[in-house]
Design a binder for this molecule. Structure first.
Ligand code: ADP
Ligand code: TZP
Ligand code: MG
Length: 264
């Protein structure tokens, strides 16, 4: 796993441009998180600039958090360009299972991607895999362990890497399954932490052809930054700036010292 851990240095030296079509709630925190690991974020969702922007980027992050019809059209156009170019596409199916629009759009977007990573919580991953889960909103009603079967199915159907976040993060490919046991429960009390992990997947996947390693590296980075930040913060409000500071401090040595990875 040392190859995966060292990717943080590659992100810092290459400054990959990550094109985000993301939600209004997390635009600021995800841009700051990307900058803190050394990537270059751009948030853009106007249909008129999708082809150009997706042509410049090293990864495309599509997040369904505040979905509307014009955005869906932009997401599909950007996805097509990214797929033709072979750059990684990271999908966060925020709220899949809660409304038909979200579930249907997520299922449409995972089709025909040349290099796909899906990152969601357990409810979202189960909903995307056709399981009859009814979620109330953007938070999971299931633990991440419950979605491993669904993730394996999705990974096989779409030749994708699937990440289920939660107390344990599961990284699943058609052939492999790794658990990441880092992080702190305070992260579930702060909006946008899942979306931050999705955005960072864009940064790490942009600098390697090994999407599995990129996914493991991202979830370790998230978890270790969370552990470092919680020790300095007084609650969910002050956690956020400490979390961004911790992301900026991450190095291969720090990650190696704290990583808790289990291969299944
Ligand atoms: N109970 C927990 N313990 C440790 N880390 C957690 C916990 N809950 C969430 N996380 C971490 O918070 C981040 C967001 O995950 P999650 O809350 O599942 O996403 P979402 O916000 O999309 O529901 C991930 O990096 C995950 O590892
Ligand atoms: C609360 C909310 N509502 C629509 S998008 C969003 C942010 C969700 O972010 P996360 O799933 O990362 O907590
Ligand atoms: Mg989420």
């Amino acid at each position: 796993m040392s190859d995966a851990i060292s990717l943080i240095s590659t992100v810092r030296s290459q400054h990959p441009l990550v094109h985000n079509i993301t939600n209004y709630v997390v635009m600021n925190i995800t841009a700051n998180a990307l900058l803190a690991v050394g990537a270059s974020p751009v948030m853009a969702h106007a249909l008129e600039e999708m082809e150009e922007m997706a042509s410049l980027a090293s990864a495309l992050v599509i997040n369904l958090g505040t979905l509307s019809m014009p955005w869906i059209e932009a997401m599909k156009t950007a996805k097509q360009v990214a797929s033709q170019r072979g750059i990684p596409i990271i999908l966060d199916p925020v709220g899949a299972g809660a409304t038909q629009l979200r579930t249907r759009t997520a299922r449409e977007l995972v089709e025909d991607c040349s290099s796909l990573i899906i990152r969601g919580n357990a409810s979202e991953i189960c909903a995307l895999a056709n399981e009859a889960v009814k979620t109330r909103g953007v938070d999971s009603t299931l633990t991440s362990d419950h979605a491993v079967e669904a993730a394996t199915l999705l990974a096989g159907q779409h030749t994708a890497i699937v990440v289920i976040s939660g107390e344990t993060d599961h990284v699943v490919s058609p052939e492999r399954h790794v658990e990441v046991h880092n992080g702190d429960r305070i992260m579930a009390q702060v909006t946008g932490m899942g979306c931050v992990s999705t955005a960072l997947l864009g940064a790490f996947a942009a600098v390697t052809s090994d999407r599995f390693d990129a996914a493991v590296a991202t979830m370790v980075a998230m978890g270790v930054a969370g552990e470092l930040a919680v020790g300095r913060s007084e609650g969910p409000g002050t956690f956020v700036p400490h979390f961004i500071d911790a992301l900026a401090r991450l190095s291969p040595d720090l990650l190696t010292a704290h990583a808790r990875i289990v291969s299944r």
